[in-house]
Design a protein around this ligand. Structure first.
Ligand code: THU
Length: 129
């Protein structure tokens, strides 16, 4: 269900510097699907990841909870979200939410959000009881 939209949006990635196109698709708890791709910049740190784009699209559409997320790239092994994206995903997904990492060759690795980011920083860490 998320593989095709992520595959399609990946082709629209703007990645002239790394030449590494990434697509991400989120199914929100509403059932709506939101997609994003990486958007690089000549000032390299200003580039954004596919996951960040999909999350921005989800929020812009009025959804705030991730039910499932899938990421795809032309990588030798299923593409792992970067550390920052793991924290971004954790902001909107419960620990048991399914995360599917894919290659364009058809390999897949299924994980949970908790698998991706053990020891996640949460709002609870800012409350001193
Ligand atoms: N990238 C993503 O968009 N998501 C990931 O999960 C891994 C990395 C992008 C960032 C950059 O545009 C390119 O891949 C190479 O790091």
């Amino acid at each position: 269900m998320l593989l095709q939209p992520a595959t399609d949006v990946r082709l629209r990635a703007y990645a002239p510097y790394s030449r590494f196109k990434v697509g991400a698709a989120i199914r929100a708890t509403s059932g709506a699907v939101h997609v994003g791709c990486n958007v690089e910049n000549v000032a390299y740190p200003e580039g954004t990841c596919a996951e960040a784009g999909a999350i921005a699209a989800m929020i812009a559409a009025g959804d705030t909870a991730i039910a499932e997320i899938l990421v795809i790239a032309d990588s030798p092994a299923p593409v792992p979200p970067c550390g920052g994206c793991r924290q971004k995903i954790a902001e909107f997904a419960a620990p048991d939410v399914k995360v599917t990492l894919c290659t364009t060759d058809g390999a897949q690795k299924v994980m949970s959000v908790a698998d991706l980011l053990p020891g996640v920083f949460t709002a609870a860490h800012m409350a001193k009881a």
